[in-house]
Design a protein around this ligand. Structure first.
Ligand code: FMN
Length: 189
């Protein structure tokens, strides 16, 4: 008879099940790019800015993220890359769901992005939000948002790639997104 898997082992088993191995290519034995050059060049690619949110236990968690993209139309999938060292990382696994808030270019938005890029344990205090169907907070500062059920996770170097199946989404019209480019916040016009 198999032993029941309990405690930490159960968490490990659940995480392992969520993290199928990708197919590794045969290495070509090429050198690695200089990390600073890599950071600078990667920063020339402009992105929107999101706040990824989750409700885990009785707490709310969230962080600013721009490593976010739509992945698949059928099924509808989004992809979010989070540093393993963020506090939000384990909470997404715990909640098995998350919200993606696309932040508007508006007064206070830059401060909001920086708040969620920090380590405060009180990021949601005094903030306007409502609960989504997954329990993830949907921020009033979001010009559009998606809610995802966690589908899979993959290893991505010092990050984890979270793939979420989109279960709800909404957009507002006529509001512009905040954009991150070369380490600065800007917008599209
Ligand atoms: C514009 C911007 C984009 C960011 N994008 C990401 C990202 O895609 N993934 C990530 O792990 N961290 C990203 N960060 C850094 C996190 O927001 C930061 O590590 C934060 O402190 C994590 O919060 P937490 O530890 O409370 O979860 C970004 C920061 C900024 C300012």
């Amino acid at each position: 008879m198999p032993f029941p898997i309990v405690g930490e082992m159960a968490d490990f088993a659940r995480e392992a099940e969520l993290r199928p191995r990708g197919v590794a290519a045969e290495p070509l034995a090429l050198p690695s790019v200089d990390p600073e050059l890599f950071r600078d060049v990667a920063g020339t690619f402009p992105t929107g800015v999101t706040v990824i949110t989750a409700r885990a236990g009785d707490g709310l968690f969230g962080c600013t993220a721009n490593a976010v993209t739509s992945l698949s139309l059928d099924p509808p999938l989004m992809l979010v890359c989070l540093d393993r060292r963020t506090n939000t990382h384990p909470r997404l696994i715990e909640a098995r769901a998350f919200g993606i808030n696309v932040i508007e270019a508006a007064p206070g938005s830059e401060e909001l992005c920086l708040l969620f890029a920090g380590k405060s344990g009180e990021k949601f205090r005094g903030l306007e939000y409502r609960d989504g169907i997954t329990g993830a907070p949907i921020l009033a500062a979001a010009l559009s948002w998606l809610e995802c059920e966690l589908d899979r996770t993959y290893d991505g170097g010092d990050h984890t790639i979270f793939v979420g199946r989109v279960v709800a989404a909404e957009q507002t019209k006529g509001r512009l997104p905040i954009v991150f480019h070369r380490g600065r916040f800007t917008t599209v016009v």
